[in-house]
Design a protein around this ligand. Sequence first.
Ligand SMILES: Cc1ncc(COP(=O)(O)O)c(C=O)c1O
Length: 393
Amino acid sequence: MDSLNTQFEQIRQSPTVALTDRIAALRAAGRAIIPLQVGDPDFGTPPAVLEAAVRAMEAGLTHYVPSRGLPDLRQAAASKLLRDNGLTYDPGGEILVTHGGIHAYYLAMQSILNPGDEALVPDPTWATHANMVLMLRGSVVRVFAPPENDFIPPIEAWKEALTERTRAIVLNYPSNPTGAYPTREYLSQLQDFAAEHDLWIVSDEVYENLYYAEKPASAGAVPGAKARTILVNSLSKTYAMTGWRVGYLAAPERVIENALKAGQNSITCVAPFVQKAAAFALTDPGAQQAAADMRAAYARRRDLVLRLAAEYESGKVRVTPPMGAFYFFLDFRPMGIPSLELCERLLDEAGVGLVPGSAFGTQGEGFVRMTIAASDAEVEAGFRRIVEWVEGQ
Ligand SMILES: Cc1ncc(COP(=O)(O)O)c(C=O)c1O
């Protein structure tokens, strides 16, 4: 039997998978690789959140629960949206608990796309944003977010990409991999465009708490936006909870109803003790302080990289401070080496794990993503190895 879902032929296996395997193999063989390729906080989950999960397990919350999510987590998400974003959502019908942000995004796209519908996806962005559309038999239309425009697509670029089949605009701010995010005025213009052409805006805001300039605005925080905006969020990055697999979708009720059916028929529910811990994390003042402390640590590492960069002046790698998220998107274009080859060589010759910018789209070619979600010592040693390698070329 060899008939398979041919849709997967459209999804290219990311070259970073091979690179990740190579990093693992080198480490297993005893090579001291500095892992600056990961998108996972190096901090532990705040201890009080762990205790909330244990309490829930001990109280017997180890069975099925309703697919929509526990009422207290939906209420906690609604309170968070009001507290942090000034948005009002009904926890009864407008919020769904999901298996992390990735699942929230999946359910969102599954709820709105018919086969052949087009989604406008920025380039560069996290590969999943496009791959998910392909998995659902939609079409991906890439909208360039060029470095010259600070990695934000010009409003005109969205307009030029519009066709009769366009159904959705995908946003991810602060962006993985660039950290960029636009002004509220830009979001407002985009909402006007979406309203004019009856498009959904699907906004992945998992990095919203990680910013180093003015607080980014949610795509839903523009007057009139709520009716066409689907917010994707999770606890992974903000509270160092990537392995817990818990997030949420906030959207108009009819979107949530579709997403609920999709969730019900695929995962049943998110583990209830995880949901209890998530509700605690979203509302406990101590957990908000822990999140703020982590952001301050990333800000300190960001400054550290900028200080180190100022010591090297060859101009072969350009270092721009990220506005948000926990990545530097290093500009190696002056060297003229494809970013995958750069990452292979930096791994083999300098012992640093990185992600090629080309994994995020054509506009990422010539760039390399370096995480600062690693210890200060790793960030410093890794960055020094990178620039010393560059200087030696
Ligand atoms: C932009 C973006 N969205 C969503 C996710 C998924 O996060 P979660 O762990 O909540 O599924 C990631 C993870 O790296 C990401 O970079």
